[in-house]
Design a protein around this ligand. Structure first.
Ligand SMILES: NC(=O)CC[C@H](N)C(=O)O
Length: 387
């Protein structure tokens, strides 16, 4: 039994099938997390990406019913070095191999995940295909199929992953705030983190307009993570501008940070190979504090790292910077209660250093009630307070 991974630049890796057999296409990326493969597989932001895990053993703890971030596996394909032969966890209900087969996810187990990662670091993320079983053919033919598949740049994918109907995640304990959360590919842990803080979360489809959001009378608005190229998401950016004009407190994560950047008039660009893992160091500019954080992004916002800059909503600044490559990891408006981060304070999977950002959002909503518009703008300057 063989499986083949073909990259668009002609590099080929051989291995054995893992999960379903067949063929699949997507952007080839790597994830450096030593833990959290279930959260990775079910994160809608990985839609149309083939994910290689740099951790050499995958599947050790099997698959449980508690950790998924959505109702299905979203990765387009899965590349591992050595699948665990035994799933060992009291929570496990089935093996990862079985789960991937059930979900129809084509994967490959191969010795070369390290060589693949080094290749992507040098050449950048690129299109790829995984082939096994009846899909096998001469490599030249497989390469043709890869070259015929769509690229990630210019891909508008929020519509493919968003909820079709609005739904409510009730507050845990006493209800303190109503949050309108725009689902651009939302991970289940995010509304949960808000609910834990007394937020009733109204999760809304990606096509929602500003007036529909504001009609709910929310205390705050949240824009989620999600797949695809932020440069294509004109509809959600227009909705966000309407929210910012109304002065309602705003918080965005990942894709939400990129759309906040766009709403402020900034551009976005594609990183060479992106950040995907649970160990990325992010520095808060004013306090100098470093958070170790979970990441999954291939695009970033272009903004001045020093000082402030003018926007249609007043002055703004970069709040957080990545220590590995100096890319923008957080933004905020100075005169309005609105901020966002490029990384994942919901920490599924990942360290909890940034959990305080949800408290910062709650503080903005608290302030937003007493002095509409500009209230609370100063509360978020110290960065997250830690879990
Ligand atoms: N996790 C996310 O929200 C990813 C955002 C965007 N699709 C990117 O790759 O940068």
């Amino acid at each position: 039994m063989t499986a083949v991974l073909v990259l668009e630049d002609g590099r080929v890796f051989h291995g054995i099938p893992y999960g379903a057999e067949g063929e699949t296409f997507g952007e080839m990326v790597f994830n450096t997390g030593m833990t959290g493969y279930q959260e990775t597989l079910t994160d809608p932001s990985y839609h149309r990406q083939i994910v290689a895990m740099t951790a050499p053993h995958i599947g050790n703890t099997g698959v449980n019913d508690e950790d998924p971030e959505s109702g299905r596996v979203w990765v387009a394909g899965y590349v591992v070095r050595e699948p665990a032969r035994v799933a060992s966890s009291w929570r496990s209900t089935r093996s990862l191999d079985e789960y991937l087969r059930q979900q129809g996810v084509v994967g490959i187990a191969m010795a070369g995940t390290r060589a693949l990662t080094r290749h992507l670091r040098e050449r950048g993320a690129m299109r790829a295909g995984v082939f096994s079983g009846a899909a096998l053919a001469p490599v030249a033919e497989l390469l043709e199929r890869v070259l015929g598949s769509p690229a990630m740049e210019g891909a508008d994918l929020a519509g493919a992953v968003t909820t079709s109907e609005a739904y409510v995640v009730p507050a845990i304990g006493e209800r303190r705030f109503t949050v309108a959360a725009v689902d651009l590919g939302i991970k289940a842990m995010t509304p949960h983190r808000l609910a834990e803080r007394g937020c009733e979360v109204h999760v809304l489809p990606a096509s929602v307009t500003a007036s529909e959001i504001l009609a709910l009378g929310p205390d705050g608005v949240f824009f989620s993570n999600g797949p695809g190229d932020p440069a294509t998401a004109d509809g959600p950016v227009a909705a966000l501008r309407g929210v910012l004009e109304a002065g309602v407190p705003f918080f965005g994560i990942c894709f939400g940070n990129q759309l906040f950047g766009r709403a402020l008039g900034l551009g976005t660009y594609k990183l060479r190979y992106g950040h995907r893992g649970v160990n990325q160091p992010v520095r808060h500019r004013h306090s100098g504090k470093v958070e170790i954080s979970a990441h999954n992004h291939g695009f970033a916002v272009q903004a001045p790292l020093e000082g402030t800059f003018e926007t249609a909503f007043g002055p703004a600044e970069v709040t957080h910077v990545n220590l590995n490559d100096d890319c923008v990891e957080g933004l905020r408006l100075l005169g309005r209660p609105a901020f966002s981060v490029q990384y994942h304070p919901e920490a599924a999977a990942g360290p909890h250093d940034s959990a305080g950002l949800f408290d910062d959002f709650c503080a903005l909503m608290e302030g937003g009630r007493t002095a509409t518009g500009t209230a609370g703008a100063a509360t978020s300057t110290e960065g997250s307070k830690g879990a």
